[in-house]
Design a protein around this ligand. Sequence first.
Ligand code: SF4
Length: 305
Amino acid sequence: MKLIAPDYYNSFSCIASACRHSCCVGWDIAVDEDTYEYYKTVGGALGEKLKKSISVTDEGACFAVDKNLRCPFLQADGLCEIICSLGEGALCNICADHPRFRNYFADRTEIGLGLSCEAAAKLILSKKEKTKLIVLEDDGVNEQADEEETALLKFTDNLFAIAQDREFTVEERTENLCDFCGFDLPDMSFAEWAEFYSLLERLDKEWEEKLELLKSTNHFFIEAEFQTAFEQLLVYFLYRHMPSALYDGDVVSKVGFAIISVKIIAAIFSQLECKSIDTLADLARMYSAEIEYSDENPERIFEII
Ligand code: SF4
């Protein structure tokens, strides 16, 4: 079994107290059973706080966020009280793992860094060289991918090659991807996409302002200095979402999702007054948190595509 990752994977590190959009704010954070049992054994003031701050429902245990939706263990200095007191090993699985995601095949696990983390977004979008997949770990046991998985992996390799073909602009590459897969995106203006996105599940009110910006353009154009960043974005969405075609047999909606995500981010970005890799990473982070990290939003976009 192999563990595969994009070649920037090992360069990631959490920026902790310097993070402006901490993953410890705004989400329900589930606490896995083993960690919950361990937390019950912690003594002293922290043990008391752990007991008070974890709510348990039929769906399991989770940290009860405060009225500002902050994890109760996120200190004013941006550091985690649990890490500061008990060490990193005391984190629950979700906190220890974020922002990683995984997709599973018979012969490999593909791991990546989710864009909803600002440090990951900056790392991915700043990369100048074409992203390659590398083997992070190999236990030497040669499992075989089944026929369907092998076909999907080969197909995705072709998509990466098209997405990274620097003979073309990223705008042209999105058309080449549609041609290669034999489909067209729905014939919708950005204003119509904005209407559609505004009906999706919402996390942050600021996203509404970005959708307003989307309504005021119908232009898909990426300036030369940001072409590589948008290539990285396109490859990220393909890498992350193509494997889910194994479950529904629908590759078109996954490729379409990658393309429309890039187009929407580019269209909003074109309307920003300040354009830099930092502002693009922040926009991509917000898109990812709103869309990819919702249980229902990706499915609704797959459906319309
Ligand atoms: S969002 Fe990323 S950088 Fe920020 S605290 Fe979470 S893991 Fe660290």
